[in-house]
Design a protein around this ligand. Structure first.
Ligand code: FAD
Length: 369
């Protein structure tokens, strides 16, 4: 059983979820000397940030977020502070339109109306791993799933599970840095949160919670020699849209693609899906696409630490509204705070929102402490 006096002295803030938002909040608070425990259910940090490498360790490829845009000033500032380089998304050349097997691909020159997107050198996980490196020893608890948050006198009691055993943390404040819908579906609050707050949490769509991405890695970005940018659009799929995913050092070439929400390709095994996607890439980019040195894909709709089961039954909006005022107010006598990108009134849903709201909530908690 936890010794309350020990925790009274030690833990000031428990943060739940070590995605970008929770990591950034922990980063700011610990740099101000606050004693923080950051609890993460997975065996890694980053949450929706997931960067993989080939079996030979070549390159870094994002199965989660890839891009930021010029208006995302908080991410750019953090990347600079962490010494992470940015490079422009490759868009030079023609795009191709695919009408399916038996039809030759149609080349077209896209009209760009927006400034290009930027990518992180080393993949987006450069952000999460640099933040992790800067946490004090003992701050991060991996493989620790929070189940219940209770207000007990002047403390919050946070009940978690790790490897089949229960842990209880007592803290002056807690920050829930999960997608709100996931928090409403998987955490218990005692006393119960106001019904309007829970309702809003359940209504808040988890950005990209249904997305599925595939990555194909080649020895070289061979499509560039044919004057193609790597952008490809297809109705029959399985990939709806391809983009160039070649790393900054161009040690290999790569394409990534979005697999449509309704694509029958989602139901296949990874090996069957790979076969169909490689055939599609050959159709669109030429015969060299037949020999990827690496293939992988990831369905975020099956990731229960992002998308609660059954969420796919709910209608998804194209442009959801984030940063609802109800979720900006602390609960449980002002001790329970909210972070996570979907809570942010600025850049909500994006990496920008995850950082913006972490900065805000860390300031809020510092003020209370
Ligand atoms: C496929 C895809 C593509 C995307 N593309 C872009 C893009 O190009 N640009 C962009 O800006 N954004 C993009 N996004 C959105 C971006 O990934 C998110 O805005 C950002 O990563 C959210 O960070 P977060 O910390 O708020 O949440 P999360 O990353 O979801 O972190 C929540 C954390 O909480 C943990 N957790 C869950 N339950 C518990 C529990 N009970 N106890 C303890 N821990 C728990 C989870 O494991 C996770 O680590 C994309 C997302 C996806 C999925």
């Amino acid at each position: 059983m936890t010794n309350m006096n020990e925790f009274e002295k030690q833990i000031e803030v428990v943060i739940i979820g070590a995605g970008l938002s929770g990591l950034r909040a922990a980063h700011i608070l610990t740099r101000h000397g606050v004693n923080v425990k950051l609890l993460e259910a997975r065996s890694r940090v980053g949450g929706r940030i997931l960067t993989v490498t080939t079996e030979e360790g070549c390159g870094a490829f994002d199965l989660g977020p890839t891009w930021i845009w010029s208006e995302h000033s908080h991410v750019k500032q953090l990347a600079r502070a962490l010494d992470i380089g940015l490079f422009v998304q490759a868009e030079v050349g023609d795009a191709v339109f695919d009408r399916g097997p038996g039809f030759p691909p149609q080349r077209f020159t896209p009209e760009w109306h927006q400034p290009p997107a930027y990518r992180f050198v080393g993949g987006t996980a450069a952000l999460s791993s640099r933040l992790q490196e800067q946490l004090p020893v003992g701050c991060l608890g991996l493989e620790t799933s929070v189940r219940r948050i209770s207000l007990v006198n002047d403390y919050l009691e946070i009940l978690a599970e790790t490897n089949g055993s229960s842990l209880t943390y007592l803290a002056q404040h807690a920050i829930v840095a999960l997608p709100p819908r996931l928090a409403a579906n998987t955490l218990t609050f005692a006393p119960a949160l106001p019904p309007a707050v829970i309702e809003e949490m359940r209504h808040t769509q988890t950005w990209m919670g249904q997305a599925m991405k595939a990555v194909l890695v080649y020895r070289t970005p061979f499509w560039r020699e044919a004057g193609l940018s790597g952008l490809g659009v297809s109705h029959p799929g399985p990939i709806q849209q391809f983009h160039d995913a070649t790393p900054a050092d161009q040690v290999v070439g790569a394409l990534f693609g979005w697999i449509g929400n309704d694509s029958p390709g989602r139901m296949l095994s990874m090996a069957e899906r790979r076969e169909k996607i490689v055939a599609q890439a050959v159709r669109m980019f030429g015969p060299e696409a037949n020999r990827p040195i690496y293939y992988t894909d990831y369905n975020w709709g099956n990731d229960s630490l992002t998308t609660p089961a059954g969420q796919d039954l709910l209608l998804e909006e194209e442009n959801p509204r984030y940063g609802h005022p109800l979720l900006l107010n602390p609960q449980m006598a002002g001790r329970l705070h909210w972070a996570g990108s979907e809570v942010s009134p600025v850049g909500g849903g994006y990496l920008e929102g995850a950082i913006y709201i972490a900065d805000q909530v860390a300031r809020q908690v510092l003020h209370h402490l």
